[in-house]
Each structure stands twice: as C-alpha cells, then as structure tokens.
Design a protein around this ligand. Structure first.
Ligand code: C2E
Ligand code: MG
Ligand code: MG
Length: 574
C-alpha cells in the first residue's frame, strides 16, 4: 500500500452514529493521514463534488433523498474518476456485487466493518484507481513524447467531428511528417533521433492551444486537431507558426540538427465528413507537398482524390508486376564516335501493362520510388541486364558494356553495393563491364554520402556515368571530386542543335569541360544527322539516340546489332 499524502475523503452518510463510527475507525489508523468531509444527503454530496476533488468516497446506500443503485447512477456523472466504497446495511452480497458492476470499487457491510478492513478497502480502492488511470494513460499516450497516441487521437477526432456537426462548426486536421528524420536517425543513432522527436513534440505543443490535440501517430508522423475554429482563416497562420518553430535548429548534444517538416491539411466538413476521409486527405495533401519539395504545407483539394485513387490502383498493380513478369527491359546502343562502334548498351525499363499497354518509366518510376517498390524492381533490372549482357557475350559479342540506371532511393539503400556486386556475380560478367547511370541532380542531393558510394563502386572497377548532365547544379569543384567516368549531356541541350545558339554554346562547353576533367562525354538524344555531325566534329566521345536506334527489346536489339556490325564491316571494306 502506497499512500503517502493526505487523503481527502468524502463521507456520504445521513446517520450521525454511523458517521462517527467511521471517523473513529479512521483516526485509529497510523498508516493514513486524511481529512474527512461529510455530506448528509445526495444533493449535498453532489454540491461538494462539483466544488472539490476527493480521493475517495464512502457511500451509504440509504439516504434521505436516494436509495440503492439509483444513488450511484446519480452520483457518477459528478465524480467520473472517483473511487467509491459502498457501505450497506443489507447483508445482501448480490446487491453489493451489482454496485461493483456499476463501477464501485468495493463494498463493506455495516456492523462488520473494523478499522483494519476500512483502511485496506480505502487504500486498495485508491491504488486500484491509480493503476487504472495509469493504464488508461499508457494506452492513450505515446511513451517517448507523452503526446496523445493513435488510439486516443482517433477518439478525439471522432469527438471533434460530433461536436462540429452538432454546432455547425469547422475544425482542421493537420498531418505532419519530418523531412530529414530518417537520415538523422540513420546517421546519428536513435538516441539522437528520440531526442529530436521529443524536441519536435515540445515545440508542437508550444505552438498550439491547450484545447488542441497534438498526437504522435508513429515514427516521425504527427497529427494535430485544431478545434473550435471561428474562422478557417486562422489555420494558415498556425501552420506557418509550426513550420517556423520546427525549422529552427535543434541542439542535441554536440549536434545542431535541422529537421524541417511537411504538413498536409484537411478541413471539416469541406475535405471530408468522417475520420477516415479526413485523415486520408490530409495525408495525401502532405505527400503532394513533399513531392513538390520538402518543407511545405498544402491544403487538401478535391482533385487530389482522383490522383490518389489512380496512384493506389497503380501501386497495387505495380506490386504484382514483377511477379507477373510485366516489367521488361529495352536496350539502346551507345556509339563511340571515333570508331563508330557500339561500345555499350543502356537498359531502359518498361511496364507492359495488360490493359494500359506499354507504360514508360517516367510514369511509374516516381511511384516506385515513393512506395519503396524501386528496391526490388531495381534489383531485378540489375540482374536482368547483367544476365542479358552475359548472354550476348556468350554469342560472341565480347566488347560490349551494359549501363543500368539507378534512382535516388536505390542509392540510399545501404545494401546497394552488395546488390550490384551480386548481380555481376550471378551473371558471371566482370565488374568493368557494368556502368551505373546516376542523374546529376540526384548526386547533388547528398554529395558526401554519394561520393563514398561512388568511390566504392570505382574501387570495384564499376563505371559511373552522370546522367542528364546540365540539368542539375553541379559546381565544378564537385565534378572534380566525384568519382565518375562519364558525363551524359542532357537531351534538352541536344534537341535544338544546330538551330539554337544557346544549345550549341552549352553543348560545346560541356564537351570542353569533360575534356579538361578527363571525363568521357556522351551526347544523349541524338536524332538527326546534323546533330551526329556536330558532336563528331566537336570530338565528343560518344552519342546515343534515335538516330542510331530507339530502345529495343532484347531480340530486336540483337538483330539491330548484327546488321549494324555487318554494315560497319562493309563500309570499312568499301
Ligand atoms: P535516361 O537514363 O536519361 O534515359 C534516356 C531516355 O531518353 C530514355 O527514355 C530513352 O528512350 C530516351 N531517348 C533516347 N534517345 C532519344 C532520342 O533520340 N530522342 C528522344 N526524344 N528520346 C531519346 P525512357 O526509356 O523513357 O527513360 C526515361 C528515364 O527513366 C531514363 O532517363 C531514366 O532516368 C529512367 N529509367 C529508365 N529505366 C530505368 C531503370 O531501370 N531504373 C531506373 N531507376 N530508372 C530508369
Ligand atoms: Mg540513363
Ligand atoms: Mg539521360
């Protein structure tokens, strides 16, 4: 029994003799210090309960203004959490048990009570109540941050809906997701990650009102209910305040961390009338914001529904696409301009959809990245491309390399090197025959980490090309430090050659830059003879594009390859 502080006990008893008895028994107790307040009847008890909080109540079941169970039903609404011990004159155990079912903690039979029994009953009742409260608190709060958890959040959201419906009011649901949590957690460990989450929770509480609900839904996801909105115009300032406070650096140990947050907002009743829709729509607004660039907030709009539904359908189908063998690779040659030889092939993925036909990568790779499906898909691409190269090599085409595109999410997978090496190994090709293509903008995202990965790839003798060069923002110093072999001039600079003077200037500069850095330079998207001539005269190393061949399925590529070689031989001998 763990009762230290003074107990406030309410004795509801009309019989003065019985009241005196209880008082005497209590005063006998060395374990309990208490103060006793007495009410003669139910009405008085209710009055006292409205003014004061008690630790426990001792309740006579027969009062001048109430009798039996009815007393409890009347009392309960005024003392929802109060441990009640019933004292009854009746020797009716069944009745007493019934009171326990009504939420009474214990019952004592008058005339049989002694002080030992009374203390035990009181302290048990209080302790049980405390445990119960603690359990309810645990079940409803996030242990790390102390915020409302998902369970209680759902409950609160439903309450907000009911209230807003009744009063014809608005409220806002905010869905929040930290932008850099995963990388901070991975890089600095979960102790730091945990502290950051706590810090974020505190700042969220500071930037909202007491009556708002701030919840942690799991991981780095939070939700806030902004209740009783007089005017929905107040939402934006609150959201901006939240963004500002979270944007300020967090000082954790010796680290200065920048978390950043993305927020999606749905409004009752405009964005949804039930909990499920409000949550779903705030979530999709948040994701749309994230895709547009991190650290943004966006309101849900109804046109997002159609897109979200489409995405969901597509995601389900994409999950099965690998198994159903609907993903295929096409191959496009890269030509060495000096020798005119096909030195390499780029593997480009397509989705052969049973209903929608051939879907280009631009239409499903972003979704695959968002959902993480890019990891198994990318693994399959690597294995399939390496296997295909080995097949062609076995047919006698020895001096061919294979280029495979790697996306941002794949690069962040800590297993990426293992995955690449295992694909090489399984196919039995040598590492020097594989090229990895990574877009410039992706490499610039996290230069330090990426450069480590590039260095490791180079150590294994695997080649790396910087794809879509000219569209990102590499500074020359980075280009110099990055461990890459090849720059691929982005198609957009090739397209308007020779008409557009700017394109000519940029392409010329990139070729010169590549030479000075001793990098290979390849022109992407060469479609016309003029473009081909231009890059040949520029002394550019290679070219790729429809002028030579479109990306082709494996069997067609083989035919193309054989006839190209024959034509080469004939031209050489002519
Ligand atoms: P990319 O790596 O820059 O690939 C070159 C894109 O240009 C290909 O589009 C190709 O079909 C197209 N192309 C080639 N020559 C010409 C030309 O002369 N004119 C024009 N107009 N276009 C040309 P595709 O196959 O639609 O691929 C688009 C992008 O999707 C790729 O750009 C690459 O970033 C990504 N991708 C393709 N396959 C994969 C893959 O297996 N994994 C990953 N992560 N991304 C892939
Ligand atoms: Mg590429
Ligand atoms: Mg490209």
């Amino acid at each position: 029994m763990n009762i230290q502080s003074s107990l406030e006990i309410l004795l509801i008893e009309d019989n003065s003799g019985d009241a005196l008895l209880v008082e005497m028994m209590l005063s006998d107790l060395p374990l309990i210090t208490y103060s006793l307040t007495r009410a003669d009847n139910l009405a008085e008890a209710i009055e006292l309960l409205q003014k004061h909080e008690y630790d426990a109540a001792l309740l006579d079941m027969s009062l001048p203004d109430g009798e039996g169970l009815e007393i409890i039903t009347q009392l309960k609404p005024y003392a929802p959490g109060l441990p009640i011990i019933v004292m009854t004159g009746r020797q009716d155990e069944e009745f007493a048990l019934q009171t326990v079912k009504e939420g009474v903690q214990d019952y004592l039979i008058k005339g049989r009570i002694d002080s030992w029994q009374l203390t035990r009953s009181l302290s048990y009742a209080i302790e049980r109540k405390r445990l119960e409260d603690q359990m309810i608190h645990l079940a409803h709060h996030d242990q790390l941050t102390g915020l409302t958890n998902r369970v209680l959040f759902q409950d609160r959201l439903q309450q907000s809906i009911n209230r807003a419906e009744r009063r014809q009011e608005n409220f806002a649901l905010l869905y929040l997701d930290l932008d850099n949590f995963k990388s901070i957690n991975d890089a600095l460990g979960h102790h730091v990650g945990d502290k950051l989450l706590k810090g974020v929770a505190d700042r969220l509480l500071d930037s909202t009102r007491e009556s708002d609900t701030v919840a942690r839904l799991g991981g780095d996801e939070f939700a806030i209910i902004l209740d009783n909105l007089v005017d929905t115009a107040v939402v934006t300032p609150v959201v901006e305040k939240i963004m500002d406070t979270i944007a300020k650096p967090f000082l954790i140990g010796e680290h200065t961390l920048h978390a950043g947050i993305s927020i999606g907002i749905s409004l009752f009743p405009d964005s949804g009338r039930d909990a499920e829709n409000l949550i779903k729509n705030a979530d999709s607004a948040m994701y749309r914001g994230k895709r547009a660039g991190r650290g943004q907030y966006s309101y849900y709009t109804s046109d997002m529904n159609a897109k979200a539904l489409g995405d969901l359908q597509m995601e389900m189908e994409l999950r099965d696409a690998l198994e159903k063998r609907e993903l295929v690779l096409c191959y496009q040659p890269k030509i060495e301009l000096l020798t005119q030889e096909i030195v390499s092939v780029e593997a480009l993925i397509r989705w052969q959809h049973p209903k929608r036909g051939m879907i280009p990568p631009a239409d499903f790779i972003p979704l695959a990245e968002e959902t993480g499906l890019i990891i198994p898909i990318g693994e399959w691409v690597l294995e399939e491309a390496c296997r295909q190269l080995a097949g062609w090599q076995n047919m006698g085409f020895r001096s061919l390399r294979m280029a495979v595109n790697i996306s941002a999410r794949q690069l962040r997978n800590p297993d990426i090197i293992k995955v690449i090496l295992s694909a090489i190994d399984k196919a039995g090709i040598s590492p020097g025959e594989l090229e990895i293509e990574i877009t410039e903008s992706m490499l610039m995202e996290d230069t330090e980490v990426n450069n480590l990965i590039l260095r490791e790839l180079r150590q294994h003798d695997i080649r790396v090309s910087m794809d879509d060069f000219g569209t990102g923002y590499s500074s020359l110093s980075y280009l110099n430090r990055f461990n890459i072999d090849t720059l691929k001039i982005d198609r957009s600079f090739v397209r308007d050659i020779p008409v557009d003077a700017d394109s000519i200037a940029i392409a010329t500069a990139i070729v010169a830059l590549g030479k000075s850095l001793r990098l290979n330079v390849i022109a992407e998207g060469v479609e016309t003879e003029e473009q081909y001539d231009f890059f040949t005269k520029m002394d550019c190393d290679g070219a790729q594009g429809f002028y030579f061949s479109k990306p082709l399925p494996a069997n067609e590529f083989l035919q193309f390859f054989e006839s190209y070689n024959e034509k080469q031989i004939m031209e050489l001998s002519a």
